[in-house]
Ligand binder design. Structure first.
Ligand SMILES: NC(=O)c1ccc[n+]([C@@H]2O[C@H](COP(=O)([O-])OP(=O)(O)OC[C@H]3O[C@@H](n4cnc5c(N)ncnc54)[C@H](O)[C@@H]3O)[C@@H](O)[C@H]2O)c1
Length: 439
């Protein structure tokens, strides 16, 4: 099938590459000329495991092309995926200007009947707005489809290739058939394509992200209470996760959720609720809890270091909002760094993939270490914010020699507190009793 994917960010590039991998003739279009130029030379603008070989192979074999000419991409294609950004407005609502811009381009280049698919996360009613924008500019018949994306950054290719489910909102059988054919190779093991109406598909995406954000905030608050009462959240997590009604996934406490989706999607859903007179009180609490959680690591450092924090060097491991991505949008690590700088600390940071994107936010106000151990050299404390694999089993002896205060504050509960105490560290984590060096 001839497919155009408009927007080559984390979602569009992955969708385009995976659709090409299954034999479709795909063109990815973006207004960012520098991005398209790099992609043509097989240089990927994002870090996403497994993506580069797909782009290289499919570009080489002629199934994947890149262009800045969105109109031409539309004209040559039968199916057009809109995968542009939907950032939040001041009031929390999703900014649809890019989505509607693309819709107008589609309308102007509707040279034959097409299926127009919204893959961006968009509020209920957007597919209908897309239809209305296109219909103003053409008399050629076309269909719209709402097909929200559920991939996780850091595992995006895997998620797209083997989705738990594909959610498809349609209001015409022809649209359902076309999109069903496109997705058939990805659901061969029986995971469902769930067909529904347009509004329900749009709502499903927000409901999923709001539920996941709620689960995280719930566990973060349980962890705080565990801290206060001397319980261990790891055991509590296992205890509740084995209940089949709850399940074990997504119950890990941490330094607060971030990324390009949960914060903005929670806000957008709350805004829709307000507009419709259905306040989503739970989500108000989820946001408050998350903002509070983003202070946890700083508070633990402040409590341990006291006045010595001002002027001290603190090492921060991990800047990406989670492991296996270079995305620092709304990352709790950036919040921690800002808090440390405001308190007068010097900050030395390390991240295996996100230094370039973090530099755009932090500039030269911090020192960037190319090696995790360089970051800790002479620092008073080490704060761990992102759960990168390379941080999971480090050379503790080397860290001990490097740190002046032997203090580790771990936002991801990577290590065993008792072992850390035996190794001679003061070790703080999330929702587990602190460990102090055993003498
Ligand atoms: N990132 C994720 O993990 C994820 C997961 C599921 C859904 N989503 C949703 O998918 C959408 C895209 O997210 P993303 O993270 O890929 O965004 P992104 O910011 O990484 O990429 C968006 C791309 O769209 C391009 N663009 C903007 N306006 C354009 C236009 N008029 N024509 C052509 N290109 C244009 C930008 O240049 C950019 O390259 C958002 O709605 C997001 O909420 C994201």
């Amino acid at each position: 099938m001839k497919v155009a994917v408009v927007g080559t960010g984390y979602v569009g590039l992955v969708a385009g590459a995976c659709l090409a991998e299954t034999g479709n003739d795909v063109i990815c279009a973006d207004v960012d000329a520098a991005k398209i130029d790099s992609l043509r030379q097989n240089r990927l603008p994002i870090h996403e495991p497994g993506l580069e070989p797909l782009v290289v192979r499919n570009q080489r074999d002629g199934r994947l092309q890149f262009t800045t000419d969105v109109g031409a991409a539309v004209e040559r294609s039968d199916v057009i995926f809109i995968a542009v950004g939907t950032p939040p407005h001041e009031d929390g609502s999703a900014d649809l200007q890019h989505v509607l811009d693309v819709a107008r381009t589609v309308g102007r280049h509707m040279n034959r009947s097409k299926l127009v698919v919204t893959k961006s996360t968009v509020p209920v009613g957007t597919a209908q707005r897309v239809r209305a924008e296109i219909a103003k500019l053409t008399t050629t018949p076309f269909h719209v489809c709402a097909n929200p994306e559920f991939l996780k950054e850091g595992a995006a290719v895997e998620d797209f290739m083997k989705p738990d489910r594909v959610v498809v909102g349609v209001d015409a059988p022809e649209a359902a058939e076309t999109i069903g054919q496109l997705y058939a190779p990805f659901v061969r093991t029986g995971n469902p394509i769930i067909f529904m109406d347009l509004a329900s598909a749009e709502m499903t995406k927000y409901a999923a992200n709001a539920m996941l954000a709620t689960r995280i905030s719930f566990m973060n608050q349980v962890a705080r209470l565990c801290d206060a009462v001397g319980a261990d959240v790891t055991l509590v997590r296992k205890g509740i996760g084995s209940d089949r009604r709850i399940g074990p996934a997504f119950l890990f406490p941490g330094p607060g959720y971030g990324g390009s989706c949960f914060p903005k999607d929670v806000k957008a859903l709350m805004r829709t609720g307000q507009d419709k007179g259905v306040p989503l009180d739970i989500l108000t609490a989820v946001e408050v809890a998350n903002e509070r959680q983003k202070r946890v690591l700083f508070e633990k450092l402040e409590q341990r270091l006291g006045k010595a924090l001002a002027g001290a060097t603190v090492a921060v491991w991990g800047l990406a909002f989670k492991a296996e991505t270079d995305d620092v949008r709304e990352s709790p690590a950036l919040v921690l760094v800002e808090q440390l700088l405001a308190a007068g600390a010097r900050v030395r940071v390390h991240d295996p993939a996100a230094i370039a994107s973090a530099r755009r936010h932090l500039g030269e106000r911090v020192t960037y270490a190319t090696n995790a151990y360089d970051a800790v050299e002479g620092a008073a404390a080490l704060a761990i914010v992102t759960e990168w694999l390379e941080y999971r089993n480090p050379d503790f002896e080397r860290i001990k020699q490097a740190l002046s205060r032997r203090l580790i504050v771990d936002g991801r509960n990577l290590y065993d507190p008792q072992r850390m105490a035996r190794l001679g560290f003061t070790y703080e984590s999330i929702g587990r009793p602190a460990a102090c060096a055993s003498s």
